[in-house]
Design a protein around this ligand. Structure first.
Ligand code: NAP
Length: 259
């Protein structure tokens, strides 16, 4: 990937990726840092995120770690204060942290989604705490740092399962993934994306939603046909959009995803 147009806008970019200790978030951090972005790898467990950052530092990549639980506004504020103290500002925020909690292993050990009538309100609330309110909380905490950037970029990790157009097609590939909490949380992430993009339209900050495709990670008991590295690529592309790049959009590796 060539990010020279972005580097002309921001010669020494600084980014922050949530949920960076593993999976797609780790890969986004690795690729961005390989491209010359200094990456704050954020994770809710201090030991795990330090270990993940140490593995990239060992390879000579420009990263550091910060503890951040996206469900805790105090944790997000503390992380923003720490990053502000050390780095002054950030140019890129990738809201990557996410969970699925309506999945159970069946007798054959394969993950199975519970139908909407079998999930509990607590599952819905927990999913939204991380996937939706977490995106809002972290964006709010880091927006003052992003406003200092000449070319701020916010990428919200959505999913193809957040597309109401694709999910409501009974003959489409997503009809079988009827995970009420997860899918609707990602539709809400799309709504959060449009709202911040609209507010920030007259600023240098671009806000977009990314669909990484179905990637084999802990999230889905490694059932996806794609790799976490492949899933990371669309987020990296949106995180380093040039001056005339899109805002208020929803993209996968092939282009626009219908809302
Ligand atoms: P993953 O391997 O399970 O990683 C999820 C990451 O989110 C982990 O680092 C996890 O930290 C972190 N996280 C969860 N709750 C958090 C919290 N409260 N605060 C901070 N971090 C938290 O899953 P993944 O597949 O890489 O998923 C990354 C993103 O891509 C998610 O938003 C997911 O919805 C989205 N996505 C994935 C797929 C796919 O097929 N894999 C498809 C579409 C969209 P811990 O290790 O501490 O739990």
């Amino acid at each position: 990937m060539n990010i020279s147009s972005y580097l002309r806008l921001v010669p020494s970019p600084i980014g922050l990726v949530t949920g960076a200790n593993k999976g797609i978030g780790f890969e986004i951090s690795r690729i961005l840092s390989e491209l010359g972005v200094f990456v704050w790898m954020a994770g809710r467990d201090s030991a795990r995120i330090q270990e993940a950052a140490a593995s990239l530092k060992k390879a000579g990549l420009p990263v550091d770690s910060v503890t951040l639980d996206v469900t805790d506004p105090k944790s997000a504020e503390a992380a923003a204060q720490h990053v502000q103290k050390v780095s002054g500002a950030i140019d890129i925020l990738v809201n990557n942290a996410g969970i699925v909690n309506e999945q159970r292993l069946n007798e054959a050990g394969k993950p199975e989604l519970l139908p909407p009538s079998r999930i509990e309100l607590a599952m819905l609330r927990q999913t939204y705490e991380t996937n939706v309110f977490g995106v809002f909380t972290v964006t709010k905490a880091f927006l003052p740092l992003l406003r200092k950037s000449p070319a701020g970029r916010i990428v919200n990790m959505s999913s193809g399962l957040g597309s109401l157009t694709l999910r409501s097609d009974p003959n489409g590939p997503y009809a079988v993934y009827n995970a009420l909490a997860y899918c609707s949380s990602k539709s809400a992430v799309n709504g959060v994306t449009v709202a911040f993009a609209t507010e920030l339209r007259d600023t240098p900050i671009k806000v977009n939603a990314a669909d990484p495709g179905h990637c084999a990670t802990d999230l889905n008991a490694h059932t996806g046909p794609r790799t976490a590295t492949q899933g990371a690529e669309i987020a990296v592309r949106l995180a380093t959009l040039p001056f005339d790049g899109a805002t208020c959009g929803y993209f996968d590796e092939n282009g626009v995803v219908p809302w």
